[in-house]
Design a protein around this ligand. Structure first.
Ligand code: NAP
Length: 286
């Protein structure tokens, strides 16, 4: 197989943002205010880098942004109180709780406290449940949605495809597999206890890697002609950003792959703002 095709995220992100901006302008005209996203920010370096992208994308999406730092000195109950206020605020349409939260804070308690109608990252039991039911209109976590948006943009069919998802986290692995299942893919989940990991991954026509382990996915994981979506964000010893995929190793066997940086990342931010508009417009699950 010739060199695999690169699937950049930027055109996908741009196309999504255009639609979101139009929706935001219509919303602003009707409600006489901008749609607004409130972010409970984390001090973690990867969260800070995500926050930078959120800041720079907000104005392009026509969305106002409020930030509330979750200091390491914060307690679960103080953050829950803050969430309750944001739940009640009429001018706040979406709330994002950045992860990882400080060690002493119970993330599940925060997720439970969040109003599901403002849960633009799909972390509440209600939104996760809607996704589990496979009905349209759930707020899927932005990264999971981004993987599907990339496949759709590049016309890589999910229906009937063998999809293997590496990772089972609440914000990526689990929801992306459910989204693929609801699009009639045949889905396998892998994790740290999966036996014969490369063999299982080699089944995939679409392999989605969301583990956070640089270069884990090499040629032994990839079926000839597969599409590889690399969600991983890792920083190597020289401060360089890498994904979970060893690109030189897979590029003669895969048909296509998303780069890191410049693949899933920019699409994730666009999906977040698309979810904010879904919330602002009061979109409900069917
Ligand atoms: P996470 O919560 O740490 O979950 C990692 C998952 O990978 C777990 O399910 C774990 O299995 C599995 N795993 C870890 N090492 C493995 C191995 N050697 N073999 C097989 N499975 C393994 O991470 P996450 O939040 O899902 O994030 C995953 C990656 O995506 C990270 O690099 C993160 O920075 C990146 N990310 C990117 C974006 C973006 O926009 N591009 C957004 C969010 C996250 P167990 O369940 O068995 O522990």
């Amino acid at each position: 197989m010739a060199d695999a095709k690169v699937l950049p995220g930027k055109p996908v992100a741009r196309a999504l943002l255009e639609v979101t901006l139009e929706r935001a302008e219509r919303f602003t005209q009707k409600k006489k205010r901008l749609p607004k996203l409130a972010v409970l920010t984390s001090e973690d370096p990867s969260a800070l880098s995500y926050l930078k992208s959120i800041r720079s994308t907000a104005s392009k999406a026509g969305v106002a942004l409020d930030e509330f730092p979750m200091k390491t000195s914060a307690t679960t109950s103080s953050v829950v109180n803050g969430i309750s206020q944001l739940n009640r605020a009429n001018d706040v349409d979406g709330i994002l709780i950045q992860t990882p939260v400080p060690e002493n804070i119970d993330f599940r308690a925060l997720a439970k406290a969040l109003n599901p109608d403002k849960d633009v990252d799909g972390i509440t039991p209600t939104q996760a449940g809607i996704l589990f039911h496979g009905v349209k209109g759930a707020f899927a976590p932005s990264t999971a949605r981004a993987c599907i948006e990339i496949l759709d943009y590049y016309k890589i069919a999910l229906q009937g495809a063998e999809v293997v998802v590496l990772g089972r986290s609440i914000i990526v692995g689990r929801p992306v597999a459910l989204l693929a299942l609801s699009r009639n893919a045949t889905v396998t989940w892998c994790h740290t206890k999966t036996a014969a990991l490369p063999t299982v991954c080699r089944r995939a026509e679409i392999l989605i890697a969301a583990v956070g382990k640089p270069n884990l996915v090499n040629v032994s994981f990839v079926r000839a002609g597969a599409t590889v979506i690399d969600v991983g964000i890792n920083v190597d010893e020289n401060g360089k950003l890498t994904g979970d995929v060893d690109v030189p190793s897979i590029s003669n066997i895969a048909a296509a792959y998303t780069p890191v940086p410049g693949g899933v990342g920019p699409v994730t931010v666009s999906c977040l703002f698309a979810n904010v508009l879904d919330a602002a417009e009061g979109l409900k699950a069917e």
